[in-house]
Design a protein around this ligand. Structure first.
Ligand SMILES: Cc1cc2nc3c(=O)[nH]c(=O)nc-3n(C[C@H](O)[C@H](O)[C@H](O)COP(=O)(O)OP(=O)(O)OC[C@H]3O[C@@H](n4cnc5c(N)ncnc54)[C@H](O)[C@@H]3O)c2cc1C
Length: 260
């Protein structure tokens, strides 16, 4: 008979980190949308579960110079409804708005999604597209470092994701074809124009790790932004695996998105 894990409720990051360090089997829980099924099925059998819901330091959505910083424990709902995110990072608001069924949308967090499965998390596209900086209790990582397919920096057992800081960009486009079972992107595309005429184009899906298409980015600056979704021909040359689904996405994008 498995032992029922004990729930611990620290109210600071430091206290949560100390509790993690004391028990190598302990796990953090934020919204519980990914972890709870793991616990129920016995895939994970920790002695202690450390809840982050009282740790206010992990919350908040704030402007810091030309970036917006989002606490790891902010929910998909809060991110999608934030006026700051809607105006400064509309592409991120679009991603958050489309995540989850009602329960997961209300309770699931950006930190939980990125720690559970960065390769399948829709936010990964915005991390790459908005040159995110990821801060944990142990280190600070760029999005490219965090999502490096050959060496992904997954979060260690004793590490806590604190915040994600993203460049603001009111000119962003996001579209996805949801996976019929999981709802996360079977194919996802995110484009952004950053200051200084820097363009970003990130894709994910179908077993393809989230990645930037830097070859195309370097040519995007010459395009009017509204034609960003004109890429199927360019992508065909660079990533043939994606082309049939991207064509479908492109048709949907033309219908759904209203770029300037
Ligand atoms: C019905 C459903 C629909 C979904 N749809 C989508 C979708 O459309 N797009 C998409 O991208 N995802 C989707 N997901 C995945 C979902 O976004 C994530 O499962 C959810 O957001 C995880 O967040 P959570 O707060 O519930 O994480 P939890 O389940 O609480 O934790 C997940 C993992 O992250 C760890 N963790 C949590 N917070 C931290 C932290 N701050 N620091 C370190 N480790 C931490 C936990 O220890 C655990 O290992 C869906 C899931 C479900 C169940």
């Amino acid at each position: 008979m498995p032992i029922k894990p004990q729930l611990l409720t620290p109210d600071t990051i430091a206290a949560a980190r100390d509790l993690l360090a004391q028990d190598g089997t302990a796990v953090l829980i934020a919204g519980g949308q990914w972890l709870t099924p793991q616990l129920r099925s016995g895939t994970q059998t920790p002695e202690h579960i450390i809840s982050l819901h009282r740790v206010n330091e992990l919350r908040g959505i704030r402007q810091k110079d030309d970036r917006v910083e989002i606490g790891a424990a902010e929910t998909h709902h809060a991110i999608s409804q934030s006026q700051l995110v809607q105006s400064a990072l509309p592409g991120l608001a679009q991603i958050a708005a489309q995540i989850g069924d009602p329960a997961t949308h209300q309770r699931g967090t950006i930190g939980g999604g990125l720690c559970a499965a960065p390769g399948q998390c829709d936010y990964s596209l915005a991390l790459l597209g908005l040159d995110a900086q990821i801060t944990t209790t142990h280190r600070s990582l760029t999005a490219v470092e965090f999502l490096d397919a050959s060496n992904p920096k997954t979060i260690d057992q004793d590490e806590i994701l604190i915040s994600i800081s993203l460049f603001t960009s009111p000119r962003t486009l996001f579209a996805k074809i949801p996976h019929p079972a999981a709802n996360s992107a079977a194919v996802g595309v995110f484009a952004a124009e950053l200051s200084g005429d820097r363009c970003r184009l990130a894709i994910m899906g179908d077993g393809v790790w989230p990645q930037r298409l830097t070859d195309i980015e370097s040519r995007m600056g010459a395009w009017p932004f509204s034609t960003v979704f004109d890429w199927p021909a360019a992508l065909e040359r660079e990533n043939p695996f994606f082309i049939s689904r991207l064509n479908a996405l492109w048709r949907r994008g033309q219908k759904d998105l209203t770029p300037d």
